[in-house]
Write a protein that binds this ligand. Structure first.
Ligand code: CTP
Length: 405
């Protein structure tokens, strides 16, 4: 998602400067084009050579260096970036920007840029809570500068508190969000994810191998693309994507109830959950003791949630998944038509790299106009983007705006 994006990373002089190396690696891994500006003090903590080697580009430290013959560095860098990021951002650099001081390459470039600027403060707790720093952050926020709050934890000065540089993953997430076009703004997307658990006594249940990865990726990317997202999820160990309304459930019946409660308010419903088709008829109040001979547990059908949505959806867009081990296209197509879906994402359980637990997926997207889009092996975030592209296409084609019922 950061492929080809131009990011100018400013590094200032704090102990967390070494973490900028890790941050750069993440950007490079995502194929972003990164230029680094270091302050004089930052170079006391980490060498320009380290950041130059990681970014694959010259590192700029000097106000009076030229990029190409006559290009002035700060102007060229200010115009170059799709965004600027300062990590770590010291109290000093925050103060300088807030006061309009531009006395080195980094602050001059910040002054000259029209691109979004994200600051990731890292400093001692007392400095971070100092009223002057607070006022500077408030002032910059009001002017449209963006911040990733520092984390709480042990600090370099051995004290404990707020001030550690935010996790690299959190900073990357924020950068990806800033650089993503908000083309799903105005949509309210309901995503279901994960497995369901169908208990038959207080300590045992029937479930499946779903990890929730596909549904969580859809929720995360939809939020990033500007949608209001509600995620209804069965048990999963994944972190809840930020900015998403989260409704945890356990059984298929609970999922059905939660979905129906939220259906009316949604414009798009994406059913990525692996819902158990059956549940035990009886759930014993006491633990079932073992005994000689076999044990039989009778099962009854669970509600088919997607069919129920299909009947009530009106103009809402309904996206379902089909997991098949044979006749993938025919079975998926039949499911889509029978259950009144607009799109169905078919994956073949027999293919390596597809389906449950993996970080990747290989899917085919079938739509009602007979189109079949076959996607190669991709990570689930990319698959999520492609699915949402197709949802966006339907919204545009039908000329939908805001709520629909
Ligand atoms: N689904 C649902 N409610 C169920 C079972 C499945 O809403 N009780 C949804 C899933 O979230 C998915 C789609 O239905 O989007 C297809 O699920 P799948 O298990 O592949 O298909 P089934 O319709 O259950 O058909 P079969 O088991 O016969 O393959």
């Amino acid at each position: 998602m950061l492929k080809g994006k131009r990011i100018v990373v400013g590094v200032t002089g704090g102990i967390a400067a070494y973490k900028s190396a890790e941050l750069l690696r993440e950007f490079i891994r995502r194929e972003a084009d990164v230029r680094v500006i270091m302050t004089k003090n930052a170079a006391e903590f980490i060498t320009p050579l380290t950041l130059q080697t990681l970014s694959g580009n010259p590192v700029f430290c000097d106000m009076f260096s030229l990029i190409k013959e006559s290009e002035i560095a700060h102007i060229a860098l200010a115009e170059y970036g799709d965004m600027m990021l300062i990590a770590p951002a010291t109290a000093n650099v925050i103060g300088k920007i807030a006061s309009g001081i531009a006395d080195d390459l980094l602050t001059t470039t910040i002054m000259a840029t029209k691109a979004p600027v994200l600051l990731c403060p890292a400093m001692n707790t007392n400095m971070y809570t100092n009223v002057i720093v607070r006022e500077n952050i408030e002032k910059l926020t009001a002017r449209g500068y963006l911040f990733v709050e520092p984390a709480h934890g042990e600090l370099a000065c051995k004290s404990e508190g707020m001030g550690r540089l935010a996790e690299v993953s959190e900073i990357v997430e924020e950068v990806e969000s800033i650089l993503t076009v908000k083309d799903l703004k105005g949509e309210r997307i309901l995503v279901t994810a994960g497995p369901t658990r169908e208990p038959f006594d207080p300590v045992r249940y029937i479930t499946n191998y779903s990890s929730g990865k596909m549904g969580y990726a859809l929720a995360r990317i939809a939020e990033r693309r500007g949608a209001e997202v509600t995620l209804i999820s069965g048990p999963s160990s994944l972190p809840v994507p930020r900015g998403v309304k989260f409704i945890p459930i356990s059984s298929a019946v609970e999922m059905r109830d939660a979905v129906m409660e939220n259906l009316e308010a949604s414009t798009v419903i994406i059913k990525a959950a692996a819902v158990a088709d059956y549940r035990p008829v009886v759930c014993s109040n006491a633990k079932i003791k073992k005994q000689d001979g076999p044990l039989a547990i009778s099962l009854t059908r669970n509600p088919d949630i997607i069919s129920e949505i299909g009947k009530k959806k009106g103009e809402r867009i309904l996206v379902g998944f089909a997991m098949e081990s044979e006749n993938l296209i025919e079975n998926a197509k039949a499911k889509m038509l029978e259950k009144n879906m607009d799109l169905i994402i078919a994956n073949d359980l027999t293919e390596e790299g597809a389906g449950f637990q993996t970080d990747t997926n290989i899917v085919k997207i079938l739509s009602r106009n007979e189109e079949i889009e076959e996607l190669p092996l991709m990570n689930k975030a990319e698959v999520a983007n492609r699915i949402l592209d197709r949802v966006k296409e339907i919204i545009t084609r039908k000329g939908f705006k805001g709520s629909r019922g």
